[in-house]
Design a binder for this molecule. Structure first.
Ligand code: BGC
Length: 413
């Protein structure tokens, strides 16, 4: 109904946007590449006559945003839509907060447009309550080839080689690994080590199914051993550093590498850098056949006002549109969540991600990111964050790391 009203208004005058519903959108996209991406959503909605009330809460990985969201929801004033994902969508749905946008999804055939690994997460009790904007691959290594050349090092493909090459870079007086010492970034690197050292089956059993015997196996000691080696490969200013500041260290040649999801590519892109020339993207060591997926999505909060509901529906519709999926993902560094999109405008890193997404789904290497809220409940991922960050910032032994992990996960389940 809103759409018809809007169409009539737009036909009459171009100044009628004020009569349309606004959507208040909570998100945590504040870095250069992220801000450019979310600006396109605002633009699409504005074009469709829906006003945008920006509710940005800075803080990589979204922990701050989730805290603010909870307080708004508890006080009875949730935003119209919020950037939440993975099992959290189910948690919010179970609490009765979410609006059903199934009519938009059915009218636009979302079941056919989305891979089931994505659409399953967007539904609560069989009905769509969230719309996916992208698929991020988390297990990436971003490297500056000029720094490698200066140090006489080569880009590593295994964790053992990573340590050897990183030492050469350190000996040349350069920073091997650009890292921001924040719990979620520690967990992101830890996740890459888990996947590279243990492989996808171990990852799935230990960190998705939370199988205690697998968590307590010798592989976990080896994971902590390698993770511990990385302590000496970062610089002393890393505590508290934002992830995009770490990315800029690779961009400007201060550091050789960063382990980060492909939102990092958004930063290289806004800096005008070209993949394969100014920087290199390769799978994190030991993970070339695997793909830790992280799907960003907007969940819609139940609204009593009919205009607000119409605004939500328009937002959901725009998000799955081909145009939005292309432009947003070109800026964000991710690949479209929507199937069958043209690849031509995407770069070589995106092509590698698209290929790995399809190939890993066939081999069992496609696994949800536990560091980015896709695999386990917030309680369990919080426990993993704590263990990873305590370990990385101390001189705990691998055996200590393992026993703390096993205990913390058990307590959080
Ligand atoms: C989100 C990305 C975001 C990144 C840094 C991830 O968890 O999925 O969209 O760019 O955190 O904030």
């Amino acid at each position: 109904m809103l759409k018809r009203t809007l169409a009539a208004c737009i036909a009459a005058t171009t100044m009628t946007a004020a009569t349309a519903a606004d959507v208040e959108v909570l998100h945590y996209w504040t870095s250069g590449g992220e801000a450019k991406s979310v600006a396109y959503l605002k633009e699409k909605l504005t074009e469709a006559g829906v006003g945008w009330k920006d509710f940005a809460v800075a803080g990589g990985g979204g922990e701050n945003a989730m805290t603010v969201l909870k307080s708004r929801a508890v006080s009875g004033t949730p935003p119209t839509a919020a950037q939440i994902k993975g099992p959290s969508i189910q948690e919010w749905g179970d609490l009765g907060f979410l609006a059903d946008i199934d009519s938009v999804a059915q009218a636009n055939n979302w079941d056919a447009l989305l891979p089931s690994v994505v659409s399953d997460v967007m539904k609560h009790e069989g009905k769509y309550v969230a719309a996916p904007v992208n698929v991020h691959r988390v297990n990436w290594l971003w490297a500056n080839p000029a720094v490698f050349q200066k140090a006489g090092a080569t880009i590593p493909t295994t964790w053992d080689d990573f340590i050897v090459q990183a030492k050469k870079i350190k000996d040349a007086g350069l920073i091997p690994l650009a890292h921001g010492g924040q719990a979620w970034q520690d967990a992101t690197v830890f996740e890459a080590v888990v996947l590279g050292v243990g492989g996808a089956d171990y990852y799935q059993k230990a960190f998705v199914e939370l199988d205690q015997a697998t968590l307590a196996s010798d592989t976990t000691d080896e994971v902590f051993r390698v993770f511990g080696e990385l302590r000496g490969l970062i610089d002393e200013n890393s505590p508290g550093r934002d992830w995009n500041v770490a990315t800029s260290m690779v961009i400007n040649g201060e550091a050789a590498m960063q382990i980060m999801g492909d939102w990092a590519k958004g930063e290289f892109t806004v800096a005008g850098k070209t993949p394969g020339v100014d920087y290199v993207c390769v799978a994190a060591p030991g993970t070339s056949g695997a793909f830790t997926f992280n799907v960003d999505s907007f969940a819609f909060f139940a609204q009593s006002d009919a205009d607000a509901q119409a605004g939500q529906q328009e937002m959901a519709k725009q998000i799955l549109g081909e145009d939005f999926q292309e432009v947003f993902n070109l800026n964000k560094g991710s690949i479209p969540a929507r199937l069958g999109m043209a690849r031509d405008n995407f770069d070589s890193c995106a092509h590698a991600s698209m290929d790995a997404f399809v190939a890993s789904a066939q081999t069992g290497g496609l696994v949800p990111s536990f560091a980015h809220g896709m695999a386990v409940s917030e309680a369990v991922s919080g426990a993993i964050y704590d263990v990873a960050t305590n370990y990385f910032n101390s001189d705990q032994s691998p055996a200590d790391g393992k026993s703390q992990l096993v205990e913390a996960i058990q307590a959080a389940m």
